[in-house]
Each structure stands twice: as structure tokens, then as C-alpha cells.
Design a protein around this ligand. Structure first.
Ligand SMILES: [Zn+2]
Length: 91
């Protein structure tokens, strides 16, 4: 199945549009939105958030962030526990 060369969405046969450069490079786009982003705005699909190419990157990032935030939470909890213990000792 053809795939949009910008956002990586699968294209139904007969859907979307094909764009051929003079040097023989073939782009297929699912929408004029993707065509404009690729050719006019010269964006890269994998750096653009709303594309599925970009979403893969985003999800990888968010997993890393989750790990980091989990670590941060653990540290926070430990600190809180320490503080509580100190308070108990004062009493
Ligand atoms: Zn597309």
C-alpha cells in the first residue's frame, strides 16, 4: 500500500496525490496539507508533531520523560519521608 511520504499515513488506492520532481524523486501525499508542508514549508515529517512519523518520536520522548518523572517522584517521596522522620524525632 502506498504511504504518504510526509506523514506516513497509509493511502487507499486512488486516494491522495502523487508529486514527481524533475529529478525523478516521487512523493505521494495524502492531502494538500502534507504537500504544502513538504514542498512549500520544507518541513520534515519526523520533526512535525501531527504526523505519525513525528508521533513515533514523541512517544519515545514521552517514555523517557515518564522514566525521569518516576525517578523524580521516588526522590521526592524519600525526601518527604526523611523530613517526616526528622519531625517525629523532634517530638
Ligand atoms: Zn500525509
Amino acid at each position: 500500500m502506498a504511504v504518504c511520504s510526509f506523514c506516513n499515513n497509509p493511502l487507499r488506492p486512488g486516494a491522495g496525490l502523487m508529486y514527481v520532481l524533475r529529478d525523478g524523486v516521487i512523493f505521494s501525499f495524502c492531502s494538500s496539507k502534507c504537500k504544502k508542508n513538504q514542498l512549500k514549508l520544507k518541513r520534515e515529517g519526523r520533526l512535525t508533531r501531527w504526523t505519525s512519523k513525528g508521533l513515533v518520536l514523541e512517544s519515545q520522548k514521552s517514555e523517557e520523560q515518564k522514566k525521569e518523572s518516576a525517578l523524580a517522584k521516588e526522590i521526592e517521596q524519600k525526601l518527604k519521608e526523611k523530613e517526616e522522620k526528622k519531625k517525629e524525632q523532634k517530638r
